[in-house]
Design a protein around this ligand. Structure first.
Ligand code: CTP
Ligand code: CA
Length: 225
Protein backbone atom coordinates (compact mmCIF):
# COMPACT_ATOMS: atom_id res chain seq x y z
CA UNK A 1 0.00 0.00 0.00
CA UNK A 2 1.15 3.52 -0.66
CA UNK A 3 1.17 5.81 2.32
CA UNK A 4 1.59 9.55 1.76
CA UNK A 5 4.34 10.77 4.06
CA UNK A 6 4.49 14.55 4.43
CA UNK A 7 7.94 14.37 6.01
CA UNK A 8 9.43 12.71 2.91
CA UNK A 9 7.30 14.36 0.25
CA UNK A 10 10.12 16.55 -1.05
CA UNK A 11 12.04 13.51 -2.29
CA UNK A 12 13.64 14.32 -5.63
CA UNK A 13 13.11 18.07 -5.29
CA UNK A 14 16.14 20.28 -5.77
CA UNK A 15 16.27 23.31 -3.49
CA UNK A 16 18.60 26.30 -3.30
CA UNK A 17 18.87 28.08 0.07
CA UNK A 18 20.90 31.20 0.87
CA UNK A 19 21.86 31.95 4.47
CA UNK A 20 23.75 34.43 6.57
CA UNK A 21 25.42 37.74 5.92
CA UNK A 22 27.80 38.77 3.18
CA UNK A 23 31.02 40.63 3.94
CA UNK A 24 32.06 43.36 1.51
CA UNK A 25 35.78 44.14 1.78
CA UNK A 26 37.02 47.71 2.22
CA UNK A 27 40.73 46.92 2.48
CA UNK A 28 42.77 43.83 3.52
CA UNK A 29 41.63 44.09 7.15
CA UNK A 30 38.13 45.59 7.03
CA UNK A 31 34.69 44.83 5.65
CA UNK A 32 31.06 45.94 5.71
CA UNK A 33 28.85 43.23 7.22
CA UNK A 34 25.66 42.70 9.20
CA UNK A 35 24.42 40.77 12.23
CA UNK A 36 22.80 37.85 10.41
CA UNK A 37 23.73 34.47 11.95
CA UNK A 38 22.36 32.38 9.10
CA UNK A 39 20.51 30.18 11.63
CA UNK A 40 17.17 30.53 9.83
CA UNK A 41 18.68 29.44 6.51
CA UNK A 42 20.53 26.52 8.09
CA UNK A 43 17.32 25.41 9.85
CA UNK A 44 15.51 25.55 6.49
CA UNK A 45 18.24 23.56 4.77
CA UNK A 46 18.13 20.87 7.50
CA UNK A 47 14.33 20.68 7.39
CA UNK A 48 14.25 20.41 3.58
CA UNK A 49 16.94 17.71 3.57
CA UNK A 50 15.10 15.79 6.31
CA UNK A 51 12.06 15.69 3.99
CA UNK A 52 14.09 14.22 1.15
CA UNK A 53 15.05 17.32 -0.83
CA UNK A 54 18.45 17.69 -2.47
CA UNK A 55 19.71 20.94 -0.94
CA UNK A 56 22.33 23.42 -2.15
CA UNK A 57 23.08 25.77 0.77
CA UNK A 58 24.92 28.97 -0.12
CA UNK A 59 26.24 30.29 3.18
CA UNK A 60 27.94 33.55 4.03
CA UNK A 61 30.77 33.98 6.55
CA UNK A 62 30.30 32.74 10.09
CA UNK A 63 27.35 30.50 9.27
CA UNK A 64 27.41 27.20 11.17
CA UNK A 65 27.76 23.95 9.18
CA UNK A 66 24.38 22.26 8.71
CA UNK A 67 23.87 19.09 10.75
CA UNK A 68 22.59 17.16 7.73
CA UNK A 69 25.61 15.81 5.84
CA UNK A 70 23.63 15.34 2.63
CA UNK A 71 23.43 19.10 2.13
CA UNK A 72 25.77 20.54 -0.50
CA UNK A 73 27.45 23.49 1.22
CA UNK A 74 28.80 26.40 -0.82
CA UNK A 75 30.75 28.86 1.31
CA UNK A 76 30.90 32.42 0.00
CA UNK A 77 32.01 35.79 1.35
CA UNK A 78 30.66 38.61 -0.83
CA UNK A 79 27.30 39.37 -2.42
CA UNK A 80 28.90 38.92 -5.84
CA UNK A 81 30.14 35.42 -4.90
CA UNK A 82 26.71 34.48 -3.54
CA UNK A 83 25.12 35.75 -6.76
CA UNK A 84 27.51 33.71 -8.94
CA UNK A 85 26.80 30.43 -7.10
CA UNK A 86 23.03 31.05 -7.13
CA UNK A 87 22.92 31.88 -10.85
CA UNK A 88 24.93 28.75 -11.63
CA UNK A 89 22.60 26.42 -9.71
CA UNK A 90 19.18 28.03 -10.18
CA UNK A 91 18.28 26.56 -13.60
CA UNK A 92 18.33 23.01 -12.15
CA UNK A 93 16.30 23.95 -9.04
CA UNK A 94 12.63 23.32 -8.27
CA UNK A 95 12.57 25.70 -5.31
CA UNK A 96 14.77 28.56 -4.06
CA UNK A 97 14.53 30.16 -0.62
CA UNK A 98 16.55 33.36 -0.21
CA UNK A 99 17.03 33.86 3.51
CA UNK A 100 20.45 35.54 3.33
CA UNK A 101 20.98 39.11 4.54
CA UNK A 102 22.83 40.15 1.39
CA UNK A 103 24.67 43.48 1.51
CA UNK A 104 22.84 46.06 -0.60
CA UNK A 105 26.03 48.05 -1.22
CA UNK A 106 29.67 47.21 -1.64
CA UNK A 107 32.76 49.45 -1.73
CA UNK A 108 33.36 50.80 -5.23
CA UNK A 109 37.03 49.87 -4.95
CA UNK A 110 38.88 47.65 -2.48
CA UNK A 111 42.11 49.23 -1.26
CA UNK A 112 45.04 46.88 -1.80
CA UNK A 113 46.79 48.17 1.33
CA UNK A 114 45.35 48.98 4.73
CA UNK A 115 43.75 52.43 4.62
CA UNK A 116 45.60 54.77 7.00
CA UNK A 117 43.69 57.26 9.11
CA UNK A 118 44.22 60.94 8.45
CA UNK A 119 43.03 64.08 10.21
CA UNK A 120 39.29 64.61 9.84
CA UNK A 121 36.67 62.22 8.52
CA UNK A 122 36.64 59.98 5.51
CA UNK A 123 34.21 59.07 2.76
CA UNK A 124 33.66 55.63 1.33
CA UNK A 125 32.02 55.26 -2.08
CA UNK A 126 29.61 52.33 -2.37
CA UNK A 127 27.90 50.77 -5.37
CA UNK A 128 24.74 48.67 -5.40
CA UNK A 129 25.14 44.88 -5.33
CA UNK A 130 23.08 42.59 -7.55
CA UNK A 131 19.70 41.67 -6.06
CA UNK A 132 19.92 37.87 -6.19
CA UNK A 133 16.23 37.25 -5.43
CA UNK A 134 15.20 39.75 -8.11
CA UNK A 135 17.54 38.19 -10.69
CA UNK A 136 16.17 34.70 -9.93
CA UNK A 137 12.66 36.16 -10.25
CA UNK A 138 13.52 37.28 -13.78
CA UNK A 139 14.88 33.82 -14.67
CA UNK A 140 12.04 31.90 -12.99
CA UNK A 141 10.38 29.15 -15.05
CA UNK A 142 6.80 27.89 -14.71
CA UNK A 143 7.70 24.91 -12.50
CA UNK A 144 9.99 26.86 -10.15
CA UNK A 145 8.92 28.22 -6.76
CA UNK A 146 10.74 31.25 -5.40
CA UNK A 147 10.58 32.35 -1.76
CA UNK A 148 12.07 35.55 -0.36
CA UNK A 149 12.41 37.06 3.07
CA UNK A 150 11.80 40.62 4.17
CA UNK A 151 13.22 42.40 7.17
CA UNK A 152 11.43 45.64 8.01
CA UNK A 153 11.26 48.05 10.91
CA UNK A 154 8.23 50.00 9.64
CA UNK A 155 5.41 49.69 7.07
CA UNK A 156 6.03 45.95 7.34
CA UNK A 157 3.10 44.68 5.30
CA UNK A 158 3.32 47.24 2.48
CA UNK A 159 7.08 46.73 2.15
CA UNK A 160 6.76 42.93 2.21
CA UNK A 161 4.08 43.00 -0.50
CA UNK A 162 6.19 45.40 -2.57
CA UNK A 163 9.07 42.89 -2.38
CA UNK A 164 6.78 39.96 -3.26
CA UNK A 165 5.66 41.64 -6.48
CA UNK A 166 8.77 43.55 -7.56
CA UNK A 167 10.97 40.44 -7.23
CA UNK A 168 8.46 38.01 -8.81
CA UNK A 169 8.51 35.81 -5.69
CA UNK A 170 5.76 33.31 -4.88
CA UNK A 171 5.99 33.86 -1.11
CA UNK A 172 7.59 36.47 1.11
CA UNK A 173 8.43 35.60 4.69
CA UNK A 174 8.35 38.72 6.84
CA UNK A 175 10.63 38.59 9.86
CA UNK A 176 8.95 40.53 12.60
CA UNK A 177 11.25 42.57 14.78
CA UNK A 178 8.28 43.72 16.86
CA UNK A 179 8.64 41.04 19.48
CA UNK A 180 11.61 40.91 21.82
CA UNK A 181 13.48 37.65 21.53
CA UNK A 182 12.95 37.26 17.79
CA UNK A 183 15.34 37.79 14.92
CA UNK A 184 19.06 38.54 14.74
CA UNK A 185 21.14 36.86 17.40
CA UNK A 186 18.22 34.90 18.82
CA UNK A 187 17.24 31.29 18.35
CA UNK A 188 13.61 32.27 17.86
CA UNK A 189 11.73 34.04 15.12
CA UNK A 190 8.28 35.47 14.47
CA UNK A 191 7.09 35.39 10.89
CA UNK A 192 4.18 36.40 8.69
CA UNK A 193 4.01 34.91 5.20
CA UNK A 194 2.42 36.71 2.22
CA UNK A 195 1.44 35.07 -1.06
CA UNK A 196 0.42 36.42 -4.46
CA UNK A 197 -3.26 35.63 -3.87
CA UNK A 198 -3.25 38.16 -1.04
CA UNK A 199 -3.25 35.57 1.70
CA UNK A 200 -1.42 36.47 4.90
CA UNK A 201 -0.46 33.80 7.44
CA UNK A 202 0.87 34.83 10.86
CA UNK A 203 2.67 32.53 13.27
CA UNK A 204 3.56 32.95 16.95
CA UNK A 205 7.16 33.27 18.18
CA UNK A 206 8.85 29.88 17.77
CA UNK A 207 12.33 28.36 17.63
CA UNK A 208 14.03 28.76 14.25
CA UNK A 209 13.76 25.00 13.61
CA UNK A 210 10.01 25.14 14.27
CA UNK A 211 9.73 28.22 12.03
CA UNK A 212 11.61 26.32 9.31
CA UNK A 213 9.14 23.42 9.59
CA UNK A 214 6.21 25.88 9.35
CA UNK A 215 7.68 27.47 6.21
CA UNK A 216 8.34 24.11 4.54
CA UNK A 217 4.86 22.83 5.53
CA UNK A 218 3.33 25.90 3.92
CA UNK A 219 5.41 25.53 0.73
CA UNK A 220 4.40 21.87 0.43
CA UNK A 221 0.73 22.67 1.04
CA UNK A 222 0.65 25.50 -1.47
CA UNK A 223 2.88 24.16 -4.26
CA UNK A 224 3.50 20.44 -3.91
CA UNK A 225 0.23 18.73 -2.91
N1 CTP B 1 18.13 39.89 -1.47
C1 CTP B 1 18.97 39.33 -2.40
N2 CTP B 1 20.02 40.03 -2.91
C2 CTP B 1 20.28 41.29 -2.49
C3 CTP B 1 19.43 41.89 -1.51
C4 CTP B 1 18.37 41.15 -1.02
O1 CTP B 1 18.74 38.16 -2.79
N3 CTP B 1 21.30 41.96 -2.99
C5 CTP B 1 16.98 39.11 -0.98
C6 CTP B 1 17.07 38.70 0.48
O2 CTP B 1 17.75 37.47 0.62
C7 CTP B 1 15.60 38.60 0.83
C8 CTP B 1 14.93 39.65 -0.02
O3 CTP B 1 15.85 39.92 -1.10
O4 CTP B 1 15.06 37.34 0.45
C9 CTP B 1 14.62 40.94 0.69
O5 CTP B 1 15.78 41.45 1.32
P1 CTP B 1 15.67 42.81 2.12
O6 CTP B 1 17.03 43.23 2.55
O7 CTP B 1 14.59 42.70 3.15
O8 CTP B 1 15.11 43.81 1.00
P2 CTP B 1 15.80 44.66 -0.12
O9 CTP B 1 15.13 44.31 -1.41
O10 CTP B 1 17.29 44.53 -0.09
O11 CTP B 1 15.37 46.14 0.24
P3 CTP B 1 15.71 47.00 1.58
O12 CTP B 1 16.93 46.39 2.23
O13 CTP B 1 15.94 48.37 1.07
O14 CTP B 1 14.48 46.89 2.44
CA1 CA C 1 18.52 44.79 1.81
Amino acid sequence: THHFNTKQSLAGKKVLVTAGPTYEPIDPVRFIGNHSSGKMGVALANELAARGAQVELVAGPGVQDPANKGIQLHRVTTAQEMYTVCIEHYPAMDLAIMSAAVADYTPETVASEKIKKTDGGMELRLTKTKDILKELGLLKKQHQVLVGFALETNNEKANALQKLHSKNADLIVLNSLQDAGAGFGYDTNKITVFDKAGEEISYPVKSKSEVAADIVDLIQKKFYV
